[in-house]
Each structure stands twice: as structure tokens, then as C-alpha cells.
Design a protein around this ligand. Structure first.
Ligand code: TXA
Ligand code: MG
Length: 308
């Protein structure tokens, strides 16, 4: 990636256009978070309902503190996990210039400092936070490799290509309510990882109100998907995990033959794209252990398999 490409991305963002950029979780499609017109364009391109708020990406904690109130617990999480796959829902200060459209006029906004060199450089060059959802059309699967982007995005939007995303699942969205950490969306940061870093002093609650984006049908391939399968039908492609005896007559992929959940998370969205493009008519997924990142994978699979 040349300096020149980052400079072009900066100029486009500064003039109200959108740009696709890498993060450690998934690719984002972003714009100047302080410009109403640019944020409107982003919702339109993504076909996203306006009541589903967008995460703001920042270069550093100082910029976040200028725009948001941040309490002791939030600061602890910020210091432990940023830059990284954490999104914190914070209360916006009156002086902030972030567009109210980013959060559907709500004063609580999702904030994150991504861990990716190119995007860090871009964020430190622009004078505003970048509002960015995942770089997919609403309800479709997230993208971890630029090749998997929607053809319209590929043809019309500048892409900062940094190859495959390091982690592969979106950020974990947390909101602090008094001293309770509420998980609004499961993601690349597992509950176990949070617990490990904060000495179990803080209670984590998963039964809270979920993020507006946690729709029943989401992260969906174009083909019907079954999860927790025990056998594979003739027309199904197989998404395997670990060493099972299952086999598809059409198309086979294994998220991690060693049964490693990090590796599975890393391959997940790309493999769903490959299955979508393969000859199979339907997708069958073996059971994934419901621990650590497995919980996030099962969450995505549940939404991907939801029937309207
Ligand atoms: O890893 C990620 O989080 C990626 C990269 C690009 O940063 N972004 C991402 O954005 O996944 P998106 O828009 O696809 O998902 C954001 C999720 C949605 O479920 C949304 O409802 C929730 O975060 N969210 C955003 N702002 C929120 C807010 N103010 N309150 C509650 N939930 C919020
Ligand atoms: Mg998304």
C-alpha cells in the first residue's frame, strides 16, 4: 500500500465521499462522521435502515475523550483493548461535531480504535472520526478479503487493500451500565478474554438489550444454511470444523481441521462466500463448540440460518 493511496483516501473522505478500508476484524465502508450528507450516502449505499447506528472509528483515545464522557470502567476497557476489536457505546458531549445521523439522534455512540496500520495512518491524517459499518450490503455477510466485496462496491468505491483481515469476526459491542458490562453484540473479543484482563471484578451481562443491528436475519449467504448438522444432504456443500466423518458430494471446506476457534473465526466469512459461489444449492454446517469465539460463530450462524 503506497502513501499515495492513503492520501487519495484522505482526500476523498475529506470531500464527503466513502472509502473501503481494512481493519483487524472485517473491512469497513466509511465516511467523515461529522458530515450529514456523507453519512446519509453511507446508509443509502449499504441499504441500511437509519435506526441502526454506525460505529465511529478514531485514531486515539484523546480524540474519543474530546467527544465523549468516559468513566472508570470504560477507561479500563479502553486501555486494555484499544486498539483492537472492541466497540464501546459512549455518551456524546454537546460540543461534539459528530453527525446525529450516525446514532439515529441518540446521544450514545459506538466508538472504536481499530488495529490496522493503514487505517491507523488514515485516521491520524484526517481531522474527523470515520463512521463505518462493515463493507457489505445490509443483511449480507461481512467481508474479510477485498475479493469478496459486492461487485458494485468493487467497481465504484476506492478500496484500501490490505489482504485478509487478521481476526475475521466483527468487534464486540459493549455498553457499561453502572458497573455492569453489557454485551450488545458478540464479536472477536470473547467474554473469556474480557474476564481474563479485568480480573472478574466486573459482572458481564449477556441478557441485555441487543444492538439494533442484531436482527434475526443477518450475516446471511444467498443460499439456505443449516447449522448443527449430523448428516449432509446430496445438494449441500459442507462447512466442517475439526475432524468429523462428514463429507459433501458437492463442495467441502473445513474452518479448522485442528479444531482451533481462532482459525475458524479467521476463515469464516471467506468460506461462506466460497460456499455461496460453489455449485452446492444449500449450505450445511457442523456443530461448533459454544465456548470463546465459538459463541460468536454460533451467533452468526443462527442469524445466517434464520428463515423469513
Ligand atoms: O468490527 C467492526 O465492528 C466493523 C469494523 C468495520 O469496525 N464494523 C461493524 O459495523 O461491524 P456494523 O455497522 O456492521 O455493525 C455495528 C453493530 C450493529 O449491530 C449496530 O447496531 C451496533 O454495532 N451499534 C452501533 N452503534 C451503536 C449504538 N450507538 N448503540 C447500540 N448499538 C450500536
Ligand atoms: Mg455489519
Amino acid at each position: 500500500m503506497s502513501k499515495k493511496e492513503i492520501e487519495i483516501a484522505k482526500n476523498r473522505l475529506s470531500s464527503g465521499e466513502v472509502v473501503i478500508f481494512p481493519t483487524e476484524t472485517v473491512y469497513g465502508i466509511g465516511c467523515d462522521a461529522t458530515k450529514d450528507m456523507a453519512v446519509n450516502l453511507l446508509y443509502k449505499l449499504k441499504k441500511r435502515p437509519k435506526n441502526n447506528p454506525i460505529i465511529c472509528h478514531f485514531a486515539n483515545l484523546e480524540d474519543i475523550k474530546k467527544n465523549f464522557y468516559i468513566n472508570k470502567t470504560e477507561l479500563l476497557l479502553a486501555e486494555k483493548f484499544w486498539p483492537g476489536p472492541l466497540t464501546l457505546i459512549l455518551k456524546k458531549k454537546k460540543i461534539s461535531k459528530i453527525s446525529p445521523l450516525v446514532s439515529n439522534h441518540n446521544e450514545y455512540v459506538g466508538c472504536r480504535i481499530p488495529k490496522n496500520k493503514i487505517t491507523q495512518e488514515l485516521l491520524s491524517k484526517v481531522k474527523f472520526p470515520i463512521a463505518a459499518p462493515s463493507a457489505n450490503i445490509t443483511s449480507e455477510t461481512s467481508v474479510t478479503l477485498p475479493e469478496d466485496l459486492n461487485p458494485f462496491f468493487k467497481e465504484n468505491i476506492l478500496i484500501l487493500n490490505d489482504g485478509p483481515a487478521k481476526l475475521g469476526l466483527e468487534s464486540t459491542v459493549l455498553k457499561i451500565n453502572k458497573n455492569i458490562i453489557e454485551i450488545l453484540r458478540l464479536g472477536s473479543l470473547s467474554e473469556e478474554m474480557i474476564n481474563k484482563k479485568i480480573n472478574n471484578e466486573i459482572i458481564i451481562n449477556q441478557k441485555s438489550n441487543l444492538s439494533p443491528g442484531n436482527l434475526l436475519k443477518h450475516y446471511s449467504p444467498k443460499k439456505p444454511l443449516r447449522m448443527n448438522i449430523k448428516s449432509v444432504n446430496d445438494n449441500e456443500g459442507l462447512l466442517n470444523f475439526g475432524s468429523t466423518n462428514l463429507f459433501s458430494k458437492v463442495f467441502n471446506l473445513n474452518l479448522s481441521s485442528k479444531g482451533n476457534l481462532e482459525e475458524a473465526a479467521n476463515n469464516f466469512f471467506h468460506y461462506i462466500h466460497l460456499l455461496d459461489q460453489s455449485k452446492c444449492q444449500k449450505i450445511a454446517v457442523v456443530p461448533i463448540p459454544n465456548i470463546g469465539l465459538g459463541k460468536t460463530l454460533n451467533d452468526r450462524l443462527k442469524r445466517a440460518s434464520f428463515k423469513n
